[in-house]
Design a binder for this molecule. Sequence first.
Ligand code: TYD
Length: 136
Amino acid sequence: MNVTWINFSARGDVRGLLVPMEAAKDVPFAIQRVYALLHMQAGVVRGAHAHRTLRQVIVALGGSCRITLDDGRDSETVVDLNDPARGLLLEPMVWHEMTGFSSDCVLLVLAAEHYDEGDYIRDRLEFVKLAKETFR
Ligand code: TYD
């Protein structure tokens, strides 16, 4: 599974935690876009798509959720996002679904490109077919 954890140099002291995320240093690309996901109701599913070319890093700034990853080759991988000092680098062509949101979950996503709906694969069958062709 083409996913990697990035450990940020979090600085905690009695005043709290500071987590720097620097483009091209901590994050292996020039960040073009930042977005946040919050106020998720228990039981909802977010994501449920793959990207053709986009690279992203997902960080649970607060709370927790689960992310299920499928690259169409390996068996599905399920990881917990629950640490603001650690980001999950999500490469292209990985189907991902976020579930199990805690009520205080706040996700921060650092993206290498501006928003482009054309980069999304939202149809699961199309993804499976494309993944087979891509990785043949
Ligand atoms: P959506 O892709 O459904 O969220 P997710 O798959 O992560 O659960 O996005 C919800 C809406 O927000 C959809 O209309 C697209 C829009 N959107 C933007 O305008 N800019 C962005 O950077 C993102 C990620 C989504």
